[in-house]
Design a binder for this molecule. Sequence first.
Ligand code: GS8
Length: 214
Amino acid sequence: MGMKVYGLTRAPNLARVLISLEEVRAEYEIVPVDFATREHKSQAHLVRNPFGEVPAFQDDDVMLFESRAISRYILRKYKSELLREDAPKEAASVDVWLDVEYGKYSVPTGAIIYNVIVKPMYDEEVDQQVVDTNLEKLNEVLEVYEARLSQCKYLAGDFISFADLSHFPYTYYLMSTQYKSVFDSYPHVKAWWEAIMDRPSVKKIAEIMFKKEL
Ligand code: GS8
């Protein structure tokens, strides 16, 4: 039985897992979870992800949730260079920037895309104050990124890693909004983002995310 990823391809946290699978050229299957019928809250799905979220993942007897943990499992299983596990110092740097992505970058970015993209899909009003506060927070984070990326080409060092690729899903959504201009003040961040977008795995998943509705 091959690896299975449960969820919708347009879900950004699922895209993180798909990029990891593409990076190691694994065979996998996407099993759709229908949000319209609230299948993600069904008993069958809660067994896969007790928080009723996507993605969920299965590789034989290994069942996981949380997109970064799933991705690390896949990258480790295939001994990908993206985690630098053979070099503890570099691996630690990957961990640092992965934690930064989850705890500092994706919090304000997620709040912005939730307000600007998700809420209008459900005819809910955009809370501009929330958007503005989070833009401010994102700018503070990007100041740090700009300084870091003027010292090295990628976040963990002069090598691309999972820490960089993990930024793709939320940033890709942000770039489809009027707030993409937030990157304009940070030339090194912009160049870094372009390098991420140039990666074949990223190009492939970027295309699937918006085209194929599962
Ligand atoms: C977040 C999953 C999540 O929010 C992860 O896997 O990285 N930290 C987790 N999933 C959203 C879809 S957007 O990708 C989700 O399933 N939302 C439905 C809900 O919360 O009801």
